[in-house]
Ligand binder design. Structure first.
Ligand SMILES: [Zn+2]
Length: 102
């Protein structure tokens, strides 16, 4: 058995694919996730005619929504006539979010 193969077997025993990135080795940026959330909000409002939504997302994404993206968010609320609430979920990775209709 070569040394390389030993190392590979050990890695197989000791490691598992990263659940955050699915083994890709990269994560979407918080900004990209914010844009996806905006699209999801627009889609949900058009489909279900809701008036209030709650966005569940990672800390980094919620921080960006309430800071850099605050203006965009205010415009979206006015344009769609909805209220958008937020909750940071400590166990969510940066790519995870849910748009909940209230
Ligand atoms: Zn990873």
């Amino acid at each position: 058995m070569t040394r390389k193969r030993t190392r590979e077997s050990l890695e197989h025993i000791l490691c598992e694919p990263c659940s955050a990135c699915g083994g890709r080795g990269v994560l979407k940026t918080a900004e990209t996730v914010c844009l996806e959330i905006f699209r999801e909000i627009i889609r949900s409002v058009r489909l279900y005619k809701v008036k209030t939504l709650m966005v569940l997302a990672s800390n980094s994404v919620v921080e960006m929504l309430l800071d850099e993206e605050a203006n965009m968010l205010a415009e979206l609320e006015t344009f769609l006539g909805v209220q958008i609430k937020f909750r940071a979920e400590a166990q969510y990775n940066q790519e995870q979010y849910d748009v909940v209709l209230l």
